[in-house]
Design a protein around this ligand. Structure first.
Ligand SMILES: Nc1ncnc2c1ncn2[C@@H]1O[C@H](COP(=O)(O)OP(=O)(O)O)[C@@H](O)[C@H]1O
Ligand SMILES: [Mg+2]
Length: 428
């Protein structure tokens, strides 16, 4: 079996690691991959999706896994599908569930999926008028298109809201992505992530998780790509999961069928759970979350390639997902200054015992790294995920931070409070 993994972050390293456990694995091509992935597969730089298809044909690739949303939104699934090469993910139209917040909100409204009440605007003046007449703050303004996690504004009063709107719609900060905006009610509660595997007809739940987006401890400071995560999220009780299934997943299935969305892969629900345990969809993502994948995949005992084949073949109904009942916690090591300006090219020290750690259930999933000779160097803001499995979240926390104390590079920064909400809940 030959597999191609597209992407270069912690999520993709984790995917490649999981895929490598398949007993009939011959070779994994990582496009473009990173330092950690270079120890599992062959890293290849290819410049376009059609080059990837040609490469896959020449090498006899059997299956393609895509990490990030960008290629999916550009229609990479359509291309591979036309070439007859199995690939997971939504086609270009279905990827609008993530790539267009307007499409997603209309879809939710149409099929009765609980989400914040909203309005859509294409012109600054109309949106500004609406905000001027509004009394309810905070309000949330979202750029329609993909914005790398920077397109959502939570605004406390009219002045802030008008400034944001003008940045997006008058000054064109997001270009075409900001041509339309969603203005929606602020929903209070606690966030959680639930991902599903979906073959177009049937679905199954992957373990729940929660991530930490803010750079600073206690969740303060600017948003990042993610500073850590853990699974399960104790907030997602069986009762909450049941509501997610009835109120969100069932109408989603109905919508996907009626709209004839071609979608075989992972669906990510970004949820707000209110104080009564009612779930609201903040957003859909059409792929695994990063850093959520890094705490969910280590808990899955089933083979990921077999799951992929079941999804591609539409046989999910016959697939049994085995999940261990351990907790997994991941801490992201970043370069000082991230998510603002940071330096790269720093040598990472202390990785010698990584194989030994892996036997203890502690995994280092690389993000911005490269391997030169026998050493690893930083190449990005998010450098590495230190993930640990434990019989409790407390144990996973202790294991992850114990290993981190052995790792260093110039300017290393990480949060020391990953999992605090769940740990607090457990100690209550
Ligand atoms: N309606 C809302 N009420 C409260 N917070 C929200 C709302 N919508 C988004 N947020 C916050 O903003 C973050 C980013 O919004 P999201 O819709 O997930 O967009 P993206 O991930 O594309 O930036 C969420 O994780 C959540 O913290
Ligand atoms: Mg989000």
């Amino acid at each position: 079996m030959k597999i191609m993994v597209i992407g270069s972050g912690g999520r993709e390293h984790c995917l490649a690691w999981k895929i490598a456990q398949n007993p009939s694995m011959e070779k994994i091509f990582c496009v473009p991959g990173n330092g950690g992935m270079s120890e599992i597969g062959e890293c290849v730089t290819l410049h376009s999706h059609s080059e990837m298809v040609t490469f896959a044909q020449e090498k006899g690739v059997d299956f393609v896994f895509v990490g990030p949303e960008g290629p999916l939104a550009m229609g990479i699934v359509d291309l591979f599908k036309e070439a007859g090469i199995p690939i997971l993910g939504p086609d270009r139209k279905a990827s609008l569930l993530e790539a267009s917040k307007v499409f997603a909100k209309r879809f939710m409204a149409c099929y009765g999926i609980p989400t914040a009440p909203f309005r859509i605007f294409e012109r600054y003046e109309e949106a500004a008028d609406f905000l001027r007449r509004r009394e309810d703050y905070p309000v949330v303004v979202k750029v329609d298109g993909l914005a790398g996690g920077k397109g959502v504004y939570i605004l406390n009063d009219l002045d802030e809201a008008l400034d944001a709107l003008s940045e997006i719609m008058v000054h064109g900060k997001f270009g075409e992505a900001g041509r339309r905006v969603v203005v929606e009610d602020f929903v209070s509660g606690e966030e959680a992530t639930v991902m599903l595997a979906f073959d177009g007809k049937d679905y199954l739940f992957l373990p729940s998780s929660q991530d930490h987006k803010r750079v600073g401890e206690s969740d303060v400071g600017p948003n990042t790509g993610g500073m850590g995560a853990y699974s399960p999220a104790p907030l997602v009780t069986p009762q909450v999961e049941d509501r997610i299934e009835r109120k969100i997943v069932h109408p989603f299935l109905e919508g996907a069928m009626k709209e004839e969305l071609w979608y075989r892969g992972i669906l990510y629900l970004g949820l707000m759970i209110d104080e009564y345990g009612e779930p609201y969809v903040l957003e859909f993502n059409v792929r695994l979350g990063d850093p959520e994948a890094q705490v969910v995949l280590p808990r899955i005992q089933s083979d990921w390639v077999e799951l992929g084949l079941a999804l591609w073949n539409g046989n999910l109904r016959d697939f049994r997902l085995q999940v261990n009942n351990q907790s997994c916690l991941s801490v992201v090591l970043v370069s000082q200054g991230y998510p603002g300006h940071y330096e790269t090219g720093k040598k990472i020290e202390g990785l010698e015992k990584r194989t030994e750690w892996e036997r203890e259930g502690i995994f280092l999933f690389h993000a911005g790294t490269e391997k030169r000779g026998d050493h690893f160097y930083t190449t990005g803001g998010r450098v590495m995920n230190v993930c640990a499995l434990g019989n409790s979240l407390e144990e996973a926390y202790d294991k992850a931070y114990r290993v981190i104390s052995h790792l260093s590079f110039e300017g290393i920064y990480y949060r020391k409070d990953i999992g605090f909400r769940a740990l607090r809940r457990n100690s209550r």
